[in-house]
Design a protein. Structure first.
Length: 213
């Protein structure tokens, strides 16, 4: 590496770093970050520190189960099987439509709109379940959702996630605010560039590398 600092984190954690440093993380100290891409993933920030955990997988929202296992049956689906963009692409392809419409205004226009709405109808309750579970465990200020898709599609997803969250009892737990990320599709690249700089030169050198312990 020619003596240059290198930090290794998963790509969605790098995206989380971008939001922490250059986005809403400047005003929200504790949040779960969700990045919707080919595979949905995320990161965890507590007290303005990126939490890696023992194996670096803290904030792996895509792996969260969407229900209880069935006796003698298959395990429950994970969030990534329901709310990832590959699932939306597969729906488009099955309908005979161009697969990349999620990247622009076509996603919310005919003939893609009904397919997009069906995906949102499955993805948003699943994301809401993940948010509720995380909020019960972590007492979060907020949940920040971003992705590599069209911003209007992100806005539609946020609205339906909020509706899905209304179905939960929040007795005994604080309902976190759900906010749109501010970085967008470049979040992973920007976070990857920021990580070694801030890990080595920020006033708090542990800012991005704090373990769960």
């Amino acid at each position: 590496t020619g003596g240059l600092p290198v930090e290794c984190v998963k790509d969605t954690a790098a995206a989380c770093v971008a939001e922490l440093v250059a986005g809403r993380g400047r005003s929200i100290r504790s949040f779960v970050y969700i990045f919707v891409d080919t595979f949905i993933g995320g990161g965890l920030v507590l007290d303005s520190h990126l939490i890696g955990g023992v194996t670096g997988n803290a904030g792996a929202v895509g792996s969260m189960p969407m229900g209880l296992p069935r006796q003698f049956g298959a395990p429950p689906e994970q969030l990534l099987n329901i709310a990832s963009l590959w699932n939306l692409e597969a729906r488009y392809a099955k309908a005979g439509l161009h697969r990349d419409a999620w990247a622009d205004a076509r996603a919310l226009s005919a003939p893609w709109l009904p397919v997009t709405q069906a995906w949102l109808g499955a993805a948003c309750p699943a994301i809401a379940l993940a948010i509720n579970s995380a909020a019960c465990m972590l007492d979060l200020e907020g949940v920040i959702i971003d992705g590599s898709f069209d911003r209007e599609l992100l806005a539609a997803l946020l609205r339906q996630v909020e509706v899905a969250l209304d179905s939960y009892s929040w007795e005994g737990v604080a309902r976190p605010q759900v906010l749109a990320g501010t970085i967008g599709s470049d979040a992973r690249a920007i976070g990857g560039a920021l990580l070694p700089l801030h890990a080595n030169f920020a006033p708090d050198r542990d800012l991005f590398l704090k373990s769960a312990g």
